[in-house]
Ligand binder design. Sequence first.
Ligand code: NAP
Length: 250
Amino acid sequence: MSGVFLVTGGSRGIGAAAARLAAERGYDVALTYICRKDAADAMVADIQRMGRRALAVQCDVADPVAIANAFDAVQRAFGRLDAFFNNAGILWPHSRFVDITAEQLSRTIAVNLSGPFHANQHAIRRMSTRFGGKGGAIVNMSSMAAKLGGAFECVDYAVSKGGIESMTIGLAKEHAAEGVRVNGVRPGIIETDIHASAGDPGRVARIASSVPIGRGGSAQEVAETVLWLCSPQASYVTGVTIDVAGGRGI
Ligand code: NAP
């Protein structure tokens, strides 16, 4: 596979696994980060060692101007965009529904929903044949929380991911005839830093036994699904969000 793969939040976790796998599959890779320049630079060096071109761009996805600048930087560096993994997201420390503050709700929606919404507008403008593009694939990052509701922990997060799933359906229908396939992934409990960042480093171990497969998932396992959705092997797949959750939520 040749082409250019862009992932938001590609410095760590699932986004980093997808960036590495995309390079292995033959893509040049652009990734964004918000504050971990060290991790983003290390990813760029890894990808370059694999013989692919790589670019890291600082971008808070909550800022529509920063998103526009990131897409412009990719265009300047690579001149095309073939696959976009709309991945960056945040999770706050657990709160009961009534305790979620206005500030928390607004930041969750800005990063997890409005940001991905604006980013998709840029991706569509570059990929859609209606805008002179050559087509492409988008994968949006949801979460099993969208199905389960996030009760007692993160209803704000669940709501943001529910919005992502609606957007996936709408965009898939609106742009299917313009060469753009739009799908999503719905991970369950995956081993990344997000749980420690939300103040609960033991979350995966605690929940693992309740997952039908009996363990948390790896970032690599989610990345495999993302890269398949971007590939020609998924050429007739659009508008779906795929569980990568070891049976959680079924
Ligand atoms: P992670 O390990 O915490 O990585 C988060 C990534 O997003 C980092 O690259 C981080 O950049 C970047 N980021 C954070 N806030 C950002 C912002 N405002 N603008 C741009 N980039 C930002 O998280 P992860 O577990 O891989 O999560 C990735 C996605 O998967 C999220 O959307 C999350 O909701 C979703 N997800 C995760 C799980 C899970 O169990 N892990 C389950 C379901 C869904 P820096 O490195 O610069 O901080």
